[in-house]
Design a protein around this ligand. Structure first.
Ligand code: 13P
Length: 256
């Protein structure tokens, strides 16, 4: 059985002082919750300050993006070694980056390779658009995204997958637990085809898209779902704490 993972993607929110305030408001509470991996992903500019604040706690840190080159004349970009020095996880291929910054499967693939090379754990995001969902193309779309993102990658080395249906992100219209479970099951079967059954069982696959304190249990309770990637609700200390607590309670119930 997996240790559930709850990650907060803060997106483009919080100044450095707001980030410090937000972490200060949840640090103690989060640290007290065992048997759940708790990851927060603030904007780049706050990583160093947040890292200091969570030092010695069980809270882990992630970035929201990465560039695939190691160094050089790429004004404004952040390299894998820069991040490896600061955090453990990095979100790659979020649908907002695919949509607003033209990230293709090929770019996502290069970013994953670059992250793995320096020991960062990618949180690879995949998910279908509303039209694709309505046209019954979910399986085809996530299978294609998975294949292109992981092309040429032999070892997953701690990679995490987040299934985030685009129609559920920031809309308040979450998938149902059953829908998310079904698609995550098919993602896992795809991983089994690519990497074998053992790795498919080991890889953690999260659900993301309008997860809140009110619906978190519905998702985390599903057999295929290993946690959540939380956007809006991760910006509220009490909401995020409640989601992590729900994951801990489910884990305790399941392990008896
Ligand atoms: P919301 O939880 O705000 O819908 O965002 C989900 C998401 O995109 C997390 O990466």
């Amino acid at each position: 059985m997996h240790v559930p993972l709850i990650a907060g993607n803060w997106k483009m929110n919080t100044t450095v002082s707001e980030a410090i305030e937000l972490v200060s408001g949840m640090r103690r509470g989060l640290d007290q919750i065992a048997h759940v991996d708790k990851v927060i992903c603030p904007p780049f500019i706050s990583l160093a300050a947040v890292r200091e604040l969570i030092k010695g706690s069980s809270i882990k840190l992630g970035a929201q993006n990465i560039y695939f080159e190691e160094k050089g004349a790429y004004t404004g970009e952040i390299s894998p070694p820069m991040l490896a020095d600061l955090c453990e996880f990095v979100i790659i291929g979020h649908s907002e980056r695919r949509q607003y910054f033209d990230e293709t499967g090929e770019i996502v693939n290069k970013k994953i390779q670059a992250a793995l090379r320096v020991g960062l754990k990618p949180i690879l995001c995949i998910g279908e658009r509303l039209e694709e969902n309505e046209a019954g193309r979910t399986e085809e779309v996530v299978t294609e995204q998975l294949g292109s993102s992981l092309a040429g990658i032999d070892y997953l080395n701690g990679l995490i997958i987040a299934y985030e249906p685009i129609w559920a992100i920031g809309t308040g219209k979450a998938a149902t637990g059953e829908q998310a479970n079904e698609t995550i099951g098919l993602i896992r079967r795809n991983i089994a085809k690519l990497y074998g059954k053992r790795i498919a069982q080991d890889v953690r696959i999260l659900y993301g898209g309008s997860v809140t304190a009110a619906n978190a249990t519905e998702f985390i309770n599903q057999p295929e779902i290993d946690g959540a990637l939380v956007g809006g609700a991760s910006l509220k200390a009490n909401q995020f704490l409640s989601i992590v607590k729900q994951a801990a309670e489910i884990r305790q119930l399941l392990s008896g």
